[in-house]
Unconditional design. Structure first.
Lengths: 227, 118
């Protein structure tokens, strides 16, 4: 008995198994993924935006107290961290580019560099937090402040400082977890010029976290230390 | 490269030179915003700091995040997000800044004679 003849199906249908069946083309899938990621990032903008709004209101009410806090901010460490994050954004962009060009070695290299910069940021932030703790500048935990007439309102700024930088640092930790996943997947040769959506989407997330810090740095560190 | 024979995706791949130039600009602007903060410019300090921050953020979004090459719909979503952020800040500010525009009886602030203290 002759073997059953397998009918020749349309080759194009099985060409890319990563194209989900509800999309017509990979390009359409990519557009939908990008739009979905940006929708998520907009919710993040509004999430951080709530804290930025609180900052704007209290800054207008207690400008003198807020400006006086700048003497306790470490501009060198804050500025270094800004540069470190900008470097990590460059390496992230280069990692996405390497994925688009199917260059696995460069992709892994740039992803790991991004993780090193991200970790460096968190370590520096840790030293800053430690200094704040030693100087009794953690609100609610034996907060002490000079000049004393600003103590109450300065505490509001330090509350915002820890809320905003803490939430930012948490996003960095999540980002490092996502990058670890990308390195493993890249090592397993998952990504190529045909499929690099996760690299690009996590890249968007990483750049967004960088943008948050771009606003945090001048608002928290550079308010009034010229006085 | 085989990238063109199999790829269905006609994505724009950024030049290394472009990415490095943006990085350089971001580093320079970080130095600039730090330097300017040491000058006494009154209310201009915050304006300059925010202008620099907005231009840095725009560069990251436009080039690094590739908004430049996304669909119009995605661009519209990005702008919508910023508009909503603006609404949140604007309406909150209009509340806090106008609370003392109307007369509020404050009996706890009255003087013993009975009339309002102010």
């Amino acid at each position: 008995m002759a073997d059953t003849v397998v009918p020749a199906g349309p080759e194009t249908a099985v060409e890319d198994i990563r194209l989900k069946h509800h999309f017509a083309t990979s390009a359409q899938q990519m557009d939908a993924d990008t739009l979905g990621m940006w929708t998520f990032l907009i919710t993040e903008v509004l999430f951080f935006g709530g804290m930025f709004t609180a900052y704007v209101m209290y800054r207008n009410m207690y400008l003198g107290a807020f400006a006086s806090t700048s003497q306790y901010m470490n501009v060198v460490l804050g500025g270094t961290n800004t540069a470190v994050l900008i470097c990590s954004s460059l390496t992230m962009a280069l990692a996405v580019r390497a994925a688009q060009l199917s260059n696995r070695r460069h992709q892994i290299l740039f992803l790991i560099l991004t993780m090193i910069f991200g970790t460096a940021f968190l370590v520096i932030k840790g030293f800053e937090y430690h200094a704040k703790w030693v100087e009794h500048l953690v609100p609610g935990f034996g907060f002490q402040y000079e000049p004393a007439q600003y103590a109450h309102h300065a505490q509001i700024l330090f509350f915002l400082y820890f809320a905003m930088t803490g939430m930012h640092a948490l996003h960095m930790v999540v980002g490092l977890g996502l990058l670890t996943y990308l390195v493993v997947q890249a090592y397993r040769r998952v990504f190529s010029a045909n499929y690099f959506v996760p690299v690009e989407m996590i890249g968007l997330y990483w750049h967004f976290v960088d943008i948050v810090w771009i606003f945090l740095f001048p608002l928290l560190y550079l308010i009034g230390h010229r006085r | 490269m085989s990238a063109h024979t199999h790829a269905h995706l006609h994505v724009h791949i950024p030049k290394v030179r472009t990415l490095v130039l943006v990085w350089l600009a971001l580093i320079c602007l970080t130095g600039m915003t730090t330097a300017v903060s040491y000058l006494e410019l009154g209310w201009m300090n915050i304006v300059i700091a925010l202008l620099i921050a907005v231009s840095k953020a725009s560069m990251v979004a436009w080039i690094f995040m590739g908004v430049r090459h996304t669909t119009s719909l995605t661009k519209l979503f990005v702008v919508a997000g910023l508009v909503w952020l603006g609404i949140m800040i604007l309406i909150t500010a209009s509340d806090y800044n106008t609370r003392n525009w109307t007369y509020q009886p404050m009996p706890w602030a009255n003087n013993p004679a009975g009339g309002l203290s102010k």
